[in-house]
Design a protein around this ligand. Structure first.
Ligand code: AMP
Ligand code: GLY
Length: 428
């Protein structure tokens, strides 16, 4: 089979690395890819949202299956574009259509969906300029801290958690009337704050059946001890010690099944990944958010733990035969440590020459933001690499990731030295 992956980060490199191991794979293309994906297939310099260029590529390279990495092309309707085209119609796209992608593309949509289908989540109310005058009273009815979310995609920055009531009321005005997050904040969801420990559960579905992939925990903030600005993710661990079999069973019964059935009832034919951001509140799962794709860097620990042929699973999604597919996961623990550019998540420089990659033997280095310049690997993004390692314990795995992180070198390199620390010796 000829496969095309859309995207250019660590998630896409991990997909490419895993697909390259499949006996069923003939040719792999990644658009646009990075210096890492180029080791697994052929990079093509087109954007993941340039649908016309993607169409030409699919035609030219006789692509049999398209795997979409990021949310942007999905929310913009890449899958719908394929279905509306006479030539592309028959080529399966892994990733939901526009309607399903709204689970991530609109917080208001996803909250309504959860309430409609009985999926546990925080109490909420949505506001626009038409009912903004009711916002203050709703904030008054909640206990601090207050959670304000821009409805639309805001590159992970559209969520405010505010302790002060007056500040929360002010920010609501700021989001709706002063477009603090642009159009994404025309509608604002205000919700109850959930206390607990966060984790992510990933589901692959063909619209009828599903597989629950390994769970993971990511580390969102830039600084040690989970301090400082939010990032795309600074590291991840899979599995999550507090997400034992009994907890995952609860997630399956209370969240996964109602979600899959809810999509069916709503007439949404969803084929792809569902990333469920959860709070474990005293043993009870509650949904914080849905994403319509895999997480990054969670993919870098979740996918390497899957022992089954990943392309075979994707074909199961494409042909709605996922229930017949073999699926197994290693019990070993995977950790990933993300190496970023100095300054990230604020301004940072690119084009720093990277050395030491070949000296890493005990870990997988997934490229997040790299490019080739004069045949050398250079930095090309805020997050540069995700260094994934395996172990029987978190300590063992993460020690390998840190050793590799020290071996790789470029100007301005930074990583969090406490990935996994909170989960070591977990006793609940
Ligand atoms: P989201 O973009 O919805 O994932 O929100 C970003 C982050 O804000 C989440 O990963 C949580 O850490 C936090 N968060 C969002 N909603 C809530 C909530 N209702 N209660 C507590 N924390 C939340
Ligand atoms: N690591 C969080 C995300 O991919 O959204």
């Amino acid at each position: 089979m000829n496969v095309l992956i859309l995207g250019s980060g660590g998630r896409e490199h991990t997909f490419a690395w895993k697909l390259a191991q499949s006996k069923q794979l003939e040719n792999l293309y990644i658009a646009p890819g990075n210096a890492g994906t180029a080791q697994c297939g052929t990079n093509v310099a087109i954007s993941a949202t340039d649908f016309d260029a993607i169409k030409n590529l699919v035609w030219e390279k006789s692509i049999d299956l398209v795997l979409v990495g990021p949310e942007d092309p999905l929310v913009k309707g890449v899958h719908d574009y394929f279905l509306q085209d006479e030539v592309l119609r028959e080529i399966p796209v892994i990733g939901p259509k526009k309607d399903g992608a709204q689970l991530e593309g609109s917080k208001d949509f996803s909250k309504q969906f959860m309430f409609r289908h009985g999926v546990p989540t925080a109490k909420y109310k949505s506001f626009t300029k038409d009912n903004i005058h009711e916002g203050a009273a709703f904030i008054d009815s909640l206990e601090a801290p207050y959670v304000l979310k821009a409805d639309g995609l805001a590159a992970g920055k559209g969520v405010l958690i505010i302790n002060d009531k007056d500040e929360a009321k002010h920010e609501l005005q700021n989001m709706i009337l002063n477009a603090k997050f642009g159009e994404a904040g025309n509608t604002v969801v205000i919700e109850e704050f959930l206390k607990g420990i966060e984790l992510s559960v990933f589901v692959l579905t063909d619209g009828n059946s599903y597989k629950i992939l390994p769970s993971a925990k990511d580390y969102k903030r830039i600084g040690v001890g989970d301090t400082g600005l939010n990032t795309g993710g600074m590291g991840a661990v899979s599995p999550v010690p507090f997400a034992d079999e009994a907890f995952i069973k609860k997630v399956e019964e209370k969240i996964v099944k109602p979600t899959i059935n809810g999509l069916l009832k709503d007439g949404i034919d969803y084929r792809g990944f569902i990333f469920i951001g959860l709070m474990n509140c005293d043993g009870e799962p509650s949904v914080i958010e849905y994403n319509c794709r895999m997480g990054d860097p969670e993919t870098e620990v979740v996918i390497p733990r899957i022992e089954s042929d990943f392309l075979d699973l994707l074909q199961g999604v494409a042909t709605q035969t996922l229930h017949k597919k073999q699926f197994s996961v290693t019990p070993d623990i995977a950790t990933t440590v993300v190496l970023v550019s100095g300054g990230y998540p604020e301004d940072y420089e690119k084009n720093k020459v990277v050395t030491g990659l070949d000296a890493v033997k005990d870990s997988h280095i997934f490229h997040s933001g790299t490019a080739f310049k004069n045949e050398e690997v250079v930095t090309n993004g805020g997050r540069v690499f995700a260094v994934t390692s395996f172990g029987k314990t978190i300590e063992e795995a993460v020690a390998k990731s840190f050793a590799a992180a020290e071996t790789v070198s470029y100007d301005g390199k930074y990583y969090r030295s406490d990935i996994g620390k909170d989960l070591m010796n977990w006793k609940g």
